[in-house]
Design a protein around this ligand. Structure first.
Ligand SMILES: [Fe+2]
Length: 226
């Protein structure tokens, strides 16, 4: 189980994030150095064991998922948790997909309650905004999904490690609820439904989710990079 450690916000300003790193393109093809260096090495398509992939998938997913999770919550009663913080664009998308905010939340809660074992329930933006919804009523560009363990909708259900890398898949989570027992058992014991009810009514940072929706709808997934 990934261990997520986080600190509380303080009054002192956070240090600037490090600049993004990128690798320069190779001056030749991946197979140019064969057989001394395999094209698999050059292209990064290294064979790994199933155990290594599972570890990377769980740890990487755990980081990405919790990074989003902290951002989509705010203190109960604070301004970002007010329905008035929902942007016009997100509200329109919710109404197209689900009819109302209440209906979307009811479906999200139902999905979260139904996750068998540990996992997540998500509201996602498909890559094509006009896609129909799996469970949201069709045509609104929002979709409800659940994933097991630390998977998320950006991952392929593939045995290839590099298919797990985020940004490669079409459904971007903008809101997610953690239904691992560690998220609620200490306080709610086995009453997951009480936790999901309180969470969806009081904790959602609608200002953040609105910003994430607008970014994801524009194809920009950098909102969860840090
Ligand atoms: Fe968690």
């Amino acid at each position: 189980m990934p261990i997520i450690v986080h600190t509380q916000a303080t009054a002192s300003p956070a240090p600037p994030p490090p600049p993004p790193l990128s690798l320069p393109p190779l001056p030749y093809g991946y197979d140019t150095l064969e057989p001394v260096i395999s094209s698999q090495v050059g292209s990064g398509r290294l064979p790994i064991t199933a155990a290594q992939e599972t570890t990377l998938r769980n740890q990487g997913g755990g980081l990405w998922n919790h990074q989003l999770f902290w951002k989509v919550m705010a203190s109960p009663g604070s301004a970002p948790t007010s329905r008035s913080a929902i942007s016009p664009a997100l509200l329109s998308a919710i109404q197209r997909a689900f009819g109302s905010v209440d209906e979307m939340l009811a479906q999200l809660k139902g999905s979260a309650d139904a996750v068998f074992g540990s996992g997540w329930a998500w509201v996602c933006v498909p890559s094509t905004a006009g896609d129909s919804n799996a469970s949201g009523g069709g045509g609104g560009g929002l979709q409800l999904l659940t994933t097991a363990n630390q998977d998320n909708p950006l991952m392929k259900a593939s045995s290839n490690l590099f298919a797990c890398v985020v940004r490669s898949q079409p459904c971007a989570p903008i809101l997610g609820i953690d239904v691992w027992e560690h998220a609620y058992y200490l306080q709610y014991q086995a009453k997951r439904s009480d936790y999901t009810q309180a969470w969806q009514q009081q904790l959602i940072n609608w200002a953040a989710v609105s910003a994430f929706y607008e970014a994801a709808a524009a194809g920009d997934l950098s909102y969860n990079d840090t």
